[in-house]
Design a protein around this ligand. Structure first.
Ligand SMILES: Cc1ncc(COP(=O)(O)O)c(C=O)c1O
Length: 382
């Protein structure tokens, strides 16, 4: 099996601790344990006391997740009548994407992947020799999925349509109207939809999930890494009402997970049961930070951003004559400024800026100022 290098992880992970200005991450500033209990108004002492007497064995009974955490996940989909038996706890969003793709695709199938997106969604199917059809979102359409393009790309062998919504890296978001259209296209060829909803929650108003539209073959995945600000717990989940898919995922999961960390699932339960409070904390950081970044880009003649990002990142086009990987490497080497280069999304000529990691707006201003100063040498040339 020839699995391509996972570019974003290989670029960001080693640089994370070396960066002075970190515009690379797509996470929201992580909570501490104390903060989790404060934000959710739960009793930390009682939790710590319970921990000391709990069994450290595998889950008893249901290995797909504790009844408490699965019930909490149901609460994230109030319009979809999700039951605990539709929920499966897995190892992060990465575990979820991997299990869904590996669990569903078979020889003779094709997958349609909406790009740019997280690399797993196109390079895992390619590695297992599945025909991978790539639908590239258009900047001039603000990266909103074009349903005519999608309709042309699917056929009777399309097993899966995969996307991230809100999109990573652009933050473009499909709401009810577009999600219904997406479901109709999938339904027309009886395909599953894998919707990675890890960035869902930035709007104060309800943000629809792909599960909301009564299509059984819809599969939503998510995790604690982004809007929940708890990436280190490595807790993610898959939700689907379709029994065949669920059984396949469960089997696949037995091969690589068995069950999630039992302590992590308790922390997950606390966060997810109180998701409105945790998301409100994330929003309070994201909304002003996004404005700072957009204002900065809009004031810069060589940079453009399209659409209104509803995630933690935005995709920025530059008009300098330099490869985006070279640009990112040079910015780190000269000034320790970290951002994501377009190659991570097969989008050369672009960079991704992440703004969720800044708890202090002054630090974000400083980072952007440093990036602006660094770019001056290219401004002069173009
Ligand atoms: C769209 C998307 N899916 C999945 C992941 C992986 O998330 P996790 O940390 O939950 O494995 C990421 C991480 O950046 C992501 O952007």
């Amino acid at each position: 099996m020839e699995l391509k290098n996972f570019l974003i992880e290989q670029w960001l992970n080693p640089m994370d601790s070396k960066a002075k200005y970190n515009l690379g991450s797509s996470c929201v500033k992580a909570m501490t344990m104390d903060e989790l209990f404060k934000v959710t108004e739960q009793d930390e002492e009682a939790f710590l006391k319970d921990l000391s007497t709990m069994s450290l064995h595998y889950h008893h009974g249901d290995s797909t997740g504790s009844p408490r955490v699965k019930k909490a996940v149901c609460g994230l989909y109030p319009k979809a009548a999700i039951k605990p038996e539709h929920v499966m706890m897995v190892h992060g969003g990465t575990g979820a994407n991997d299990i869904v793709i590996m669990g569903l695709l078979e020889k003779g199938d094709n997958i349609v992947v909406v790009k740019p997106t997280y690399q797993q969604q196109y390079d895992i199917p390619k590695a297992i020799n599945i025909e991978t059809r790539e639908l590239v979102l258009r900047e001039e359409e603000e990266y909103i999925l074009n349903m005519d393009d999608l309709l042309k790309m699917v056929d009777k062998n399309t097993r899966l349509i995969a996307l991230s919504n809100p999109n990573n890296p652009t933050g473009a978001t499909l709401y009810e109207k577009e999600q219904k259209e997406l479901v109709a296209v999938a339904q027309s060829v009886d395909a599953y939809i894998l919707c990675d909803e890890i960035y869902r929650g930035m709007d104060e108003d309800y943000m629809p999930s792909i599960l909301d539209f009564g299509y059984e073959k819809s599969i939503a995945i998510s995790s604690l890494s982004k809007m929940f600000s708890m990436a280190g717990t490595r807790i993610g989940w898959i939700v689907t009402k379709e029994e065949y898919a669920y059984r396949n995922f469960e089997n696949r999961r037995s091969y690589n997970t068995i069950c999630c960390g039992i302590i992590d699932e308790i922390l997950a339960s606390i966060a997810i049961e109180n998701y409105e409070k945790v998301w409100a904390r994330a929003r309070a950081l994201l909304i002003p930070n996004k404005k700072i970044v957009y204002d900065w880009i809009n004031a810069h003649p060589h940079l453009t951003v399209h659409g209104d990002a509803k995630g933690t990142t935005c995709l920025v086009r530059y008009d300098y004559d330099i490869d985006s990987t070279d640009l990112a490497v040079d910015a780190m080497e000269t000034d320790k400024i970290l951002f994501c280069h377009g190659a991570c999304f097969e989008m050369p000529g672009y960079i991704r800026l992440g703004y969720g990691g800044f708890g202090d707006q002054e630090k974000l201003h400083e980072a952007l100022k440093a990036l602006g100063k660094y770019l001056e040498k290219y401004d002069k040339k173009s």
